[in-house]
Design a protein around this ligand. Structure first.
Ligand SMILES: [Zn+2]
Length: 112
């Protein structure tokens, strides 16, 4: 019982937290859940402090993928072509960033 509790506290909980919070940092859920399963809480800290890969702004996304601009003014996902794009809001103190993520494939497309 003691080993099961230790396993839950040191592996499962960090893994679930990483699965939940990874998209807020522009990272993949599954990859970080697996990483935090093996690295426990230090992995969770790395999730928050490692620099994220540069996510383009709407203007540069439109420039890079001109075929993703729709006539009505919306955008489509460059990875799967889905038109369903969700807005994620990340607030750190007074700084607010908006991430636009594809509802179908889950990739972060651009910021605004
Ligand atoms: Zn997509």
């Amino acid at each position: 019982m003691d080993i099961a509790l230790r396993y839950l506290v040191l592996s499962i909980i960090p893994s679930l937290l990483a699965y939940y919070f990874a998209p807020r940092f522009g990272r993949g859920r599954k990859r970080w859940a697996i990483a935090c399963f093996f690295t426990s809480y230090p992995g969770l800290i790395l999730l928050g402090i490692l620099p994220t890969q540069a996510i383009p702004t709407l203007e540069s996304y439109r420039r890079q993928h001109p075929n993703c601009a729709r006539n009505g003014g919306g955008m489509t996902c460059v990875h799967c072509g889905s038109r369903s794009i969700r807005l994620w809001r990340q607030q750190v103190l007074l700084s607010v960033r908006h991430y636009h993520r594809c509802n179908h494939c889950g990739k972060t497309l651009y910021t605004s």
